[in-house]
Design a protein around this ligand. Structure first.
Ligand code: ZN
Length: 325
């Protein structure tokens, strides 16, 4: 099992409101503050949605532009812009943010599905072909979101067709009503369907968030946390100040620290004997911007090497995945 975890934070999503939780960040300023806090806590990737002035789902280019600018001014977190900020946007609305703002990643929802038993989440074959080719043209790596097993076969088809490039970066979404249920068996099954060289991450929605998080770690996958997927640590309990930034260090401390060292609040060092979880630098992209990734067992004074020496290899893998298109 690899010793490093790419931690994606999805702080906003399309659906949670201030009524659901006062902590969900909705404005560009709130989102940038939250992403910056998560970056400081160790998140490597920020999956960004925006809302309109009333807090409704939006694909407003101006909101994306402002949010990206505010984040870029403060940190070099890898940006992953959604291409599905709601259910009723045009193809061009969905693609303009990544085409013009050129994040490192953008979401690619690899098929259509019935959504929440109420509507249809439409990703037609012509749209998916266009989306993959436009991402290639823009130099953006697709994060291929998989809501059900059949979508993996869709992805394979698009790899053969040249619409997606190998290695594919998969994000398994378990527990969306209308998609595959959030069970460990289903996670293992999805993992069994993808090529060995694929990079994959997973999360469970709602109350299955933590079981899927633990199982993903055990299987060697990467993680996503945040209020897009789950607003509670446990029912009725909002971590303070937010689930997003609170969960970032905690998710990894569960992997790396002994139970007695679990942190109780954000920002506290969770490892008292000098082991340190920090960010790994990766080579600058051609545009001069640095991507940042999260790394595991290295010490402060040896930021690129773990004691076993595997960090170098893994760093190369990660930088390839996220920066070479
Ligand atoms: Zn999303």
């Amino acid at each position: 099992m690899d010793d490093k975890v790419i931690l994606t934070v999805a702080p906003t999503g399309a659906w949670p409101t201030k009524k659901d939780t006062p902590y969900v960040p909705l404005t560009p300023e709130e989102i940038a503050d939250e992403v910056y806090a998560c970056w400081k806590a160790g998140a490597a990737v920020a999956h960004i949605h925006v809302r309109d002035d009333e807090g409704r789902p939006s694909m407003s280019f101006e909101k994306f532009e402002k949010t990206v600018k505010l984040i870029r001014e403060r940190c070099d977190i890898v940006l992953n812009l959604t291409t599905s900020g709601g259910l009723d946007f045009t193809d061009e609305d969905r693609m303009r943010p990544f085409k013009e703002l050129k994040p490192e990643l953008a979401s690619y929802d690899c098929g259509s599905m019935n959504w929440m038993h109420t509507s249809v989440f439409l990703n037609t074959p012509p749209f998916l072909e266009k989306l993959g080719l436009e991402m290639q043209a823009a130099g953006v790596k697709p994060e291929v979101e998989i809501f059900d097993a059949g979508m993996i076969y869709n992805a394979e088809y698009y790899v053969k067709k040249g619409v997606l490039k190998s290695p594919v970066y998969y994000q398994f979404v378990l527990g969306a009503p209308g998609g595959i249920a959030a069970t460990v068996e289903n996670l293992v099954y999805l993992r069994s369907l993808i090529p060995k060289d694929a990079i994959w991450s997973a999360f469970g929605i709602g109350r299955m968030h933590l079981p899927i998080l633990y199982a993903t770690l055990a299987l060697g996958g990467h993680l996503r946390v945040g209020m897009e997927d789950n607003i509670y640590y446990s029912k009725g309990f909002w971590p303070n100040p937010t689930w997003n930034s609170w969960n970032a260090p905690n998710a990894l401390s569960w992997k790396w620290a002994s139970p007695s060292r679990l942190p109780t609040k954000r920002g506290r060092s969770w490892d008292s004997d000098g082991r340190h979880l920090g960010r790994l630098g990766v080579p600058a992209r051609p545009n001069g911007r640095k991507a940042s990734l999260f790394g595991g067992t290295h010490r402060k004074e040896r930021p690129f090497l773990s004691p076993s020496g595997v960090s170098e290899t893994s760093t190369a893998e990660f930088s390839f995945t996220l920066t070479i298109l």
